[in-house]
Design a protein around this ligand. Structure first.
Ligand code: SAM
Length: 276
């Protein structure tokens, strides 16, 4: 999206954004294959790209780094409209468990109606929290949320394109909560926009994204809609994980900044985190 279109898009009230999407994709959605487990395109509010392909690619990454088994207990933080959940449906056994939560009702409702109805070990919760981009209906903050799950329950936790929409206090609280609900030695897979010397130098010249508004530990793409896109200083982020006894085992660079990406060739940077 070029920057003028992005500005216009962000300036619209949230329901108008959703409404425009519904109208644009209406013709394609009428003729879609209704047997496919996926939402109509007009309902997908969680990013562009091929919905099924992106989900399958990430599922392959989760298998590579997450030490998944069919009996895994998986937590999908910011589960959106089910893009990451769908590839797990043929994989998890009836002993396995999939929990997702999100702040947007539309996505949680679609997942409950279309995924949980067929796969009862998949559960999606609505936790309404304020977000500049996604939810203006409450002032409740992610910084105060206690995840509604018990200690040491999950053996795999992931966030795809969620920390990229969250401010520092909120991110820190989620790190604390991830540590609490994750079993020891198990993995959290999460994506970020990470600012180091290379990405900072490259992004304004060669980047697919740029973060010109520098607030020291983090930078923003848009000052007015802060949570539309947030990038984090690498040292700050690493110190947060260290402070909460989570070990970063891999940093896999994405292509957003124009620096040559790592082998997964994703848009966002990926951190693989282990609870120690
Ligand atoms: C770009 S979408 C990605 C959705 C999903 N993870 C995926 O990859 O398809 C970002 C999602 O994060 C959710 N989100 C934003 N802030 C959140 C928060 N504090 N807690 C949980 N979800 C949040 C949004 O509602 C939205 O569904």
């Amino acid at each position: 999206m070029n920057s003028i279109i992005r500005k216009l898009f962000y300036a619209m009230p949230i329901p108008m954004r959703y409404g425009i999407r519904r109208i644009i994709y209406f013709p394609a959605d009428i003729f879609r294959d209704k047997k496919l487990l996926m939402p109509p395109k007009g309902l997908i509010f969680t990013g562009s790209g091929d919905y099924l392909k992106v989900g399958q690619n990430f599922f392959n990454h989760f298998q590579k780094y997450g030490r998944l088994t069919p009996d895994s207990k998986v937590l999908d933080i910011g589960s959106g409209i089910g893009r990451m959940a769908i590839p797990f449906t043929p994989y998890l056994s009836s002993e396995g468990r999939y929990e997702g939560f999100d702040i947007v009702k539309k996505g949680v409702d679609w997942c409950t109606k279309n995924i949980s109805s067929q796969f009862p070990n998949f559960n999606f919760k609505l936790i309404p929290l304020h977000n500049d981009l996604y939810n203006h209906s409450t002032e409740d903050k992610a910084a105060s949320l206690r995840f509604p799950y018990s200690e040491n329950y999950f053996d795999f936790v992931f966030l795809t394109s969620v920390f990229t929409h969250m401010m520092p206090d909120d991110v820190e609280n989620y790190i604390v909560e991830i540590r609490r609900v994750l079993q020891r030695d198990k993995i959290c897979f999460c994506t970020f926009f990470i600012l180091d010397e290379k990405s900072k130098t490259s992004m304004s010249q060669n980047g697919l994204k740029n973060f010109p508004h520098d607030f020291k530990n983090y930078s923003l793409m848009d000052r007015d809609v802060k949570e539309a896109n947030v990038a984090y200083d690498k040292e700050f982020l690493y110190s947060l994980f260290e402070k909460h006894q989570l070990q970063i085992t891999h940093f896999i660079r994405g292509n957003w900044s124009g620096v040559t990406p790592g082998d997964l060739n994703e848009h966002q940077d990926i951190l693989i985190i282990k609870k120690i």
